[in-house]
Design a protein around this ligand. Sequence first.
Ligand SMILES: [Ca+2]
Ligand SMILES: [Ca+2]
Length: 132
Amino acid sequence: MRVFPRFRSMASPIWGIVVVALLLLTAAVTLSSPGAVTAAGTDLDLFLAQYPNTVNTDLDNCDTCHTNNRPELNPYGQDYRAQGRTMAALTQIETIDSDGDGVINIVEIDTAVEPGNDALTPLPVFIPLVER
Ligand SMILES: [Ca+2]
Ligand SMILES: [Ca+2]
């Protein structure tokens, strides 16, 4: 059976080495990119330490600071980064409305609503009127 020279060369051991090298390079780039492992290992941990009531809520994930187009930051994540990505930064941005939905960040955080997503706001609280 005749094998075309092009396919024969593809089967040589050097291509196996090239493929393995590319896979290792891809893994190294993925693991070292900021916002991937770093964000999950430090920024989210800082957030949960600062706001322990948000553990196991909708804020206990990367969506708190990132858009669905990772590693792109949402407005809250951008404000957090601009202030230095520390616990002090979290405190500094509590009283601003990062996503512009009319609710300041700390109120959204206290109600487990994303402070970087203007499509999500806390439900209004209705206080019943009491007749005298
Ligand atoms: Ca807001
Ligand atoms: Ca919001």
